[in-house]
Every structure is written in structure tokens, then in C-alpha cells.
Design a protein around this ligand. Structure first.
Ligand code: ZN
Length: 486
């Protein structure tokens, strides 16, 4: 019989096995990813008995809501497992032909993003879209299956289920942050039009997503961020805020080159807080710095989590919370004071102008995504989704996103909303750090001590509680707006 004690033990064991499997596979140390067996071995966590048991206790035991969100997530993942595997395998096996050469779908993005020739970029882009189009029927099948599970457990629709389980009103969030669009519009359109014409040789009206990827790739700035400077710069910065790796035997930075290593950086909290991995395959350039710093934010959050917390407060919670710390570190690589101090004094101003524009762009894009996802998952028909997607993204970014991408360009569980909560909250945290420790807070030991205190909470607190901890009653969108347009 399941009870809280047993459930907690299983969460911990399950999370550890799953995270270890992900880490070993994506770091190139284990060829085949074997998730199914782990899911099968822990059926108790997400069977009907458990889900109904947790559902009953939702109003009386706060922990049950968290556990229910986790269990239903697993139940859905288990239900779509075969379809997801089929989709992943089909994509992984897909190739596109460029100049007579076969290139795997995933690699083609890197090629496209790096190509300075618009004609060549366009060719890769068109061929990638053909593959996206082919996958759409399978993606539709997956969503229809997810909608079925959610109905089975008595939820009105996928949107409503996430609002209840995550206790986040995504529509309210959208209404609150929509002002960002108005306030940044002029600066965004001016900057985007000027830079995309200069770098990608196209007007904003005609620009396509691949032009934007090329623009923000910013290859010309790579030379200031060589791979041999990556870890020394990061270590120097950490030492300044009083964090020395030698004190953290629980952190494992894996930058080793292995033939099958996935180039995407990630943090794998295998045993929180005792065994945390940061995996990355540096290829050289400024993106190495920002992605490693992003994952370092997650890594330090998990590595400093209090050991005393119950598993549900160590392994999962408000999906935006850890992203706040990740963004805080990531955007230091866009901060002239930080870059000049820890990387190079020679980085030109255009780099910082580009990074600021990129941040405005990505937040506008995610506001568009959130608007689209709310409508899509309330309606659940999936028939008009492409239209809503195209209009929402054109409206917020001015860029022509191809309607065929409407299911590919989407994460589940309203992660777009979690990212947005994190971007806006990160601005509050940075503001507090500057207020307390000065513009160069990243050189103050006290700032490190302050962050460590916040990290101790692990996944126990939600973003609203973090805001209170750092001195705010509620989220105020103008803090981020001011930081970006002044
Ligand atoms: Zn992240």
C-alpha cells in the first residue's frame, strides 16, 4: 500500500536512476538510452491508485499537490512513451541533402545558423521544414493522447490541468507581462531592423527565423571568448563571490570530449545535493560561456540545496525557480562590467548591443508562444493552431514564423510561462543584488553568501516566495523593462 513515506522513497530512487541514465547517455558514456525499464520498475508512482490517493489529499496536504503534479506528469509520459520514442527515432534518423551531401537533421541546424550565405541558409531551412511537416501527424497523435489522459482524471482541458497542478494562472501572467511588448516595441523594432539588415542582409518584414538565428549566433565575437579561457574565467568569478570548487566535491564539471557526446549543455542533478553534473562540450565562442554559465546557475542551486529537505522539495517544484539562478549567471556574459573583468577588455560594444537585443527578442517571442499555447490548449482541437501560432509570433517578434512549426516549436506543461516568470524574476534578483552589494555584486563575497542562503531552499519555495525573500511583494514587470530599455 502506498503512503507518503513510501512515495518519497520512490521519488528519490526514481529521480536518481532517471537522471543518471540521462547523464550517462547524453555525455556519451552509454550508447543506448534505456528509460522504459525505469518507468516500468516504478509503476507505483503513477498508477491509478497513487494518482487517486494524491488527488484526494490535495486540499489537506500541500505536498500532495506537488506529488500529484509529478505523478500525473509521469503518467502522461508513460502513456505517450511509444509515440515519443517513434518520433525521436524518426527525427534522429532524418537527413537532409545539401550540395549532394547527407546531413543529419539535428546537425543541419548548426550548419544553417553558421552560414553567412542567405541562399544556402534558406535551402537548409526549406528542407528542414519538409521534415517538420512530416512529423506533424505523429505530434498531433501525441497531443490527442495527452488530452485523453487529462480528461480521464477529470480536468476540463490541458490548460486548466496545468493551472491547477502548478498553481499558476498563466492567463493572468500573460495579462500582467503583456505591457513588455508595448514598452520595448520601439527599441526592439529599431534595433532588429538595423542589425538584421546589416548582418543578415534582409529587411525585418522579409526576415525568417534562420536570419534571426544567424544574427544572434554572432560568430564575429567568438574570438574574444576562446575555449581555453572558459573555465579560468568562471573559476575566477566564482572565487570572487566566495565559491571555490574544491569545497564542492559534489559538483562534477564534465567538459571531456567524447565521440558520442551531445553538444547541448545540461545540468543533471543525480543525487541532490550530493552528486550534481554539469555537462558541456565546448566548441569555442561566446555561446560556450553563456550556456556554461546558465547550467552553472542550476548546478549551484542543486549543489547548495539543504540535505534536510524531503525529496519532493529537492527534486521538483516551480519549474521557473531554478531558471532564475540560471538566467542570473547566463546574463552576466552580456554584462560589460563582468565580461571586462573576467574575460576580456577588448570585447566591442556591438557585442553588448546584440546581446541586449537578443534578450528583448527572446522574451517577446516567449510572450507570443505563451499567448498561442494558452489558446491552443484551451481549445484542444489542434486544427487552427497553426494560424494562432503564426499570428501570435508575427505580432510579438515581427518575424515570419512558418505555421508548419506550430507543434514542433512548443514545450509541454507551459514551460514558456515558467521561463517568462524566471526572466521577470531574475531582473528583481539582479536589482536586489545591485542594491545590496553594488553594480559589481559579482565581485563581492557577501553576494555569494546571500545566494547560497537562497539556494538552500532547493525546490521548496515558489517564485512568489522567492520574490518575498528578496524584498518584493509581487512581480513588477517594469523592473525588467527598465533594465532593458534604459
Ligand atoms: Zn535552464
Amino acid at each position: 500500500m502506498l503512503n507518503d513515506e513510501r512515495y518519497r522513497k520512490d521519488i528519490e530512487a526514481f529521480s536518481q536512476l532517471l537522471m543518471r541514465e540521462y547523464y550517462l547517455h547524453f555525455s556519451g558514456q552509454k550508447d543506448i538510452l534505456e528509460i522504459s525499464k525505469i518507468f516500468d520498475d516504478f509503476k507505483d508512482l503513477y498508477d491509478n491508485i497513487s494518482i487517486n490517493y494524491l488527488k484526494e489529499g490535495v486540499d489537506d496536504f500541500p505536498a500532495h499537490r506537488k506529488m500529484l503534479a509529478f505523478s500525473l506528469g509521469l503518467r502522461i509520459a508513460a502513456d505517450i512513451k511509444e509515440l515519443t520514442e517513434k518520433l525521436e527515432n524518426q527525427i534522429a534518423r532524418s537527413n537532409i541533402k545539401i550540395n549532394g551531401e547527407k546531413i543529419p537533421y539535428y546537425q543541419s541546424f548548426i550548419l544553417m545558423q553558421n552560414s553567412g550565405k542567405r541562399k544556402e541558409r534558406n535551402e537548409i531551412y526549406e528542407k528542414r521544414l519538409e521534415i517538420v511537416k512530416k512529423m506533424n501527424s505523429l505530434r498531433k497523435k501525441i497531443w490527442k493522447r495527452i488530452y485523453k489522459v487529462e480528461k480521464y482524471y477529470g480536468y476540463e482541458n490541458y490548460y486548466q490541468m496545468n493551472v491547477e497542478l502548478q498553481e499558476i494562472d498563466f492567463q493572468k501572467l500573460f495579462d500582467k507581462i503583456e505591457v513588455f511588448l508595448d514598452k520595448t516595441e520601439e527599441k526592439y523594432l529599431d534595433g532588429m531592423d538595423r542589425l538584421i539588415r546589416k548582418k543578415a542582409k534582409v529587411n525585418i518584414e522579409d526576415a525568417l527565423p534562420h536570419d534571426v538565428s544567424y544574427l544572434f549566433r554572432g560568430k564575429e565575437f567568438d574570438k574574444y571568448f576562446p575555449p581555453n579561457k572558459l573555465m579560468p574565467s568562471i573559476k575566477k568569478f566564482l572565487k570572487n563571490i566566495g565559491i571555490v570548487f574544491e569545497d564542492y566535491p559534489n559538483i562534477h564539471i564534465d567538459l571531456e570530449k567524447r565521440p558520442r557526446k551531445n553538444p547541448r549543455a545540461f545540468c543533471a542533478p543525480v543525487r541532490v545535493p550530493d552528486e550534481i553534473y554539469l555537462n558541456h562540450l565546448p566548441t569555442g565562442g561566446h555561446l560556450d560561456f553563456s550556456t556554461t554559465m546558465h547550467e552553472l546557475g542550476h548546478t549551484l542551486h542543486f549543489a547548495n540545496t539543504s540535505r534536510k529537505l524531503p525529496p519532493e522539495d529537492k527534486y521538483f517544484g516551480d519549474k521557473g525557480l531554478s531558471e532564475v539562478y540560471a538566467f542570473l549567471f547566463q546574463y552576466l556574459v552580456s554584462n560589460p562590467l563582468w565580461v571586462k573583468k573576467f574575460v576580456s577588455t577588448k570585447v566591442p560594444d556591438e557585442y553588448f548591443v546584440l546581446k541586449r537585443l537578443e534578450k528583448i527578442f527572446i522574451i517577446r517571442r516567449y510572450i507570443g508562444k505563451l499567448e498561442y499555447e494558452i489558446k491552443l490548449h484551451q481549445d484542444e482541437s489542434l486544427e487552427n493552431g497553426w494560424k494562432i501560432y503564426e499570428e501570435a509570433l508575427k505580432g510579438t517578434t515581427g518575424i515570419n514564423y512558418p505555421p508548419v512549426m506550430y507543434l514542433e516549436d512548443m514545450d509541454d506543461e507551459f514551460y514558456s510561462g515558467s521561463y517568462l516568470r524566471a526572466w521577470f524574476t531574475e531582473a528583481h534578483l539582479e536589482h536586489t543584488l545591485k542594491d545590496k552589494f553594488g553594480d559589481e555584486w559579482f565581485s563581492e563575497k557577501k553576494a555569494g553568501t546571500y545566494l547560497k542562503e537562497l539556494w538552500k531552499f532547493g525546490e521548496k519555495i515558489k517564485i512568489e516566495e522567492l520574490l518575498k525573500e528578496i524584498g518584493y511583494n509581487k512581480l513588477n514587470p517594469s523592473i525588467l523593462i527598465k533594465a532593458l530599455i534604459l
